[in-house]
Write a protein that binds this ligand. Structure first.
Ligand code: CP
Ligand code: NVA
Length: 312
């Protein structure tokens, strides 16, 4: 049966560990310039209904490294913008390609793509979730801290797709997570309460950013207004005053805290230049690791030796 990557919630701890292990192997192979081409002759269709730098480039370069090919599908140039159903698009893409990556608005569009495609579907970000990012960030934490066990991870800012995927990550890997979000901008209630109910770790929501970062090993943040929320920017700027990762805030964390941001950043809003360019920041390691983790995802989902049902 085909395997999709829609949410970290759908993955078992062992699957995440296998993925991270694979990413480490692929990173080392790349460092040694050793070729690894399990996806020769395979094609990934990438549907982007929102902009992207990191996700697009890392999937495209990743497919090339693995011996395959990636197609960038801009909805303006396909029939998606003219209303062709996602189900029909999924069925058609399944006749040509071996995998689909989709970045879109509603989570339901990702789920529909997966339901109607006969090939693996990867969530490259929705309004609700950003699983590839957080899997990659967990890999980066592993490089800097040797793993996530026993860690206190803080998240400061908008309770958005990134925050929701951090909650799923904490549930599956068992690290403590403290989120500080302004009133009215909390993470998805269902995702949070499910993780608090099913998980063994502490997952706490507060409005106080100092409380969230106290003694933290890792501090995360993200933009105040995500893609698609540009019209709310003025009101969000007001609501998010006092939610900023700056030098004073990180004083309350561990002395060796690492600061993370999935990027793109709005410097001077959710994070200061001083912190982003300072010694605690690992943001560009995070960006690089998108490539290695993406390659692991592609190899594990698409490199099973099974081709799509048309046998190409
Ligand atoms: N972090 C991330 O997903 O970046 P892009 O929007 O550039 O893909
Ligand atoms: N929360 C941000 C993440 C960008 C990678 C957004 O959705 O725009």
């Amino acid at each position: 049966m085909k395997k999709d990557l829609i949410s970290i919630y759908d993955l078992a701890r062992e699957e995440i560990e296998a993925l991270l292990q694979k990413a480490a192997e692929l990173k080392e192979m790349q460092r040694q310039h050793r070729p690894y081409r399990p996806l020769e002759g395979h094609t990934l269709a990438m549907v982007f209904e929102k902009p992207s730098t990191r996700t697009r480039v890392s999937f495209e370069v990743g497919m090339y490294h693995l011996g395959g090919h990636a197609l960038f599908l801009n909805p303006q140039d396909t029939h998606l913008a003219r209303g062709e159903a996602i189900a029909d698009t999924a069925r058609v893409l399944s006749r040509y390609a071996d995998g689909i990556m989709i970045r879109t608005f509603d989570q339901e569009r990702v789920e529909d793509m997966a339901r109607f495609a006969s090939i693996p579907v990867i969530n490259g970000l929705s309004d609700q979730l950003h699983p590839c990012q957080i899997l990659s960030d967990i890999f980066t934490i592993g490089e800097h801290r040797g793993g996530c066990d026993g860690l206190k991870v803080a998240y400061v800012g908008d309770g958005n797709n990134v925050a929701n995927s951090w909650i799923n990550g904490a549930l599956r890997l068992g690290f403590d997570l403290r989120l500080a979000c302004p009133p009215g901008y909390e993470p998805d209630k269902k995702i949070l309460s499910r993780a608090q109910r099913e998980g063994s770790s502490q997952i706490i929501l507060t409005h106080d950013q100092k409380e969230a970062v106290e003694g933290a090993h890792v501090i995360n943040t993200d933009v105040w207004a995500s893609m698609g929320q540009e019209g709310e920017r003025a009101e969000r700027i007001k609501a998010f005053q006092g939610y900023q990762v700056n030098a004073e805030l990180i004083q309350g964390a561990r002395a060796d805290v690492i600061v993370m941001h999935c990027l793109p950043a709005h410097r001077g809003e959710e994070i200061t230049d001083e912190v982003m360019d300072g010694p605690h920041s690992v943001v560009f390691d995070q960006a690089e690791n998108r490539l290695h983790v993406q390659k692991a995802i592609l190899a594990l989902l698409m490199g099973t030796g099974e081709r799509n049902e048309q046998g190409r």
